[in-house]
Design a protein around this ligand. Structure first.
Ligand code: NAD
Length: 266
């Protein structure tokens, strides 16, 4: 499937594509011929470097559009900028930007709640609302929301993260129903633990809690809690996203798709 898949002519927006899973997805879509829109936080020099790198994957069809998703105004501004670049909108929207803040609910800072909900729920809502009309018009579209296995289960300290992630699973279901008659699919990918900037502080906290001497040992133990005994790889999520963009996935919509090394069935 994925090896000969051609997405040339398509435009993809991947939020949170300056690092981790989002960057992997951006590179993967660029390699398959998509024009890609890079967005996310980061210093100017590293973003310029990324733009240059991704340019070489997709014959220069990469644009960086800045956006701080804590601000709704900034999200609307990004939509406006994208419309200037691509008046027909985007064909593939990957809502991936995210953060985590692990703290018990009785100590959870109100500002963090607002931030988590803005980035992981309000921004995807705004982007879907803005871009789905163009997808419906073209009678093809792919909306892929990067949720989490924490949208299906939870852990102490993660109530707010789980709220945002189960919210996006619900949003995906409703959007799927509205998009289905128009060839627009919408799914929620639910990864287990992947080693990125989001999990790095969790590994450190785990090391401290368990009194493990080295970071490497803590990392191995942290990820080996999945039945597969290891972390989910970014490339595996990229392959799944690519499959969701293929015609093989035309009938897959509204699903929370779990890719967690068996973590949630334990
Ligand atoms: P990451 O920190 O490497 O990437 C997060 C991305 O979101 C970055 O590009 C960052 O710049 C962007 N971002 C953060 N705050 C932003 C803001 N205010 N405005 C705009 N962009 C912002 O982490 P990751 O692990 O690659 O996370 C990607 C997604 O995957 C997140 O939604 C996360 O919840 C989800 N996820 C991660 C894991 C995991 O184990 N790493 C597991 C399940 C789900």
């Amino acid at each position: 499937m994925s090896n000969d898949m051609d997405l040339s002519g398509k435009v993809a927006l991947v939020t949170g594509s300056t690092s981790g899973i989002g960057l992997g997805i951006l590179r993967t879509l660029a390699k398959k011929g998509c024009a890609v829109i890079l967005t996310g936080l980061g210093d100017q020099a590293s973003i310029e470097e990324l733009v240059e790198e991704v340019k070489s994957l997709c014959e220069g069809r990469v644009s960086f559009v800045p956006c701080d998703m804590r601000s709704r105004e900034s999200v609307h501004q990004m939509c406006h900028e994208i419309s200037k670049l691509y008046p027909d909108g985007v064909d593939i929207l990957v809502n991936n930007a995210g953060i985590n803040h692990v703290t018990p609910i009785d100590e959870y800072p109100d500002e963090k709640w607002d931030e988590m909900i803005s980035i992981m729920l309000s921004a995807p809502f705004d982007l879907i609302k803005y871009f789905i009309p163009c997808m419906k018009k073209k009678r093809w579209g792919r909306i892929i929301n990067i949720a989490s296995m924490m949208g299906l289960i939870s852990q102490p300290g993660k109530a707010v993260y789980s709220t945002a992630k189960s919210g996006i699973i619900g949003l995906s279901r409703g959007v799927a129903l509205e998009g289905a008659p128009f060839g627009v699919t919408c799914n929620a990918v639910c990864p287990g633990y992947v080693y990125t900037a989001v999990t790095e502080p969790q590994v450190r906290a785990f090391q401290e809690k368990e009194g493990i001497l080295t970071y490497e040992e803590a990392k191995n133990k942290f990820f080996s809690r999945a039945p597969t005994g290891k972390a989910v790889e970014i490339e595996q999520i990229c392959d799944l996203v690519l499959f969701l963009c293929s015609s093989g996935a035309d009938s897959m919509t509204g699903s929370p798709i779990v890719i967690d090394g068996g973590f949630t069935v334990q």
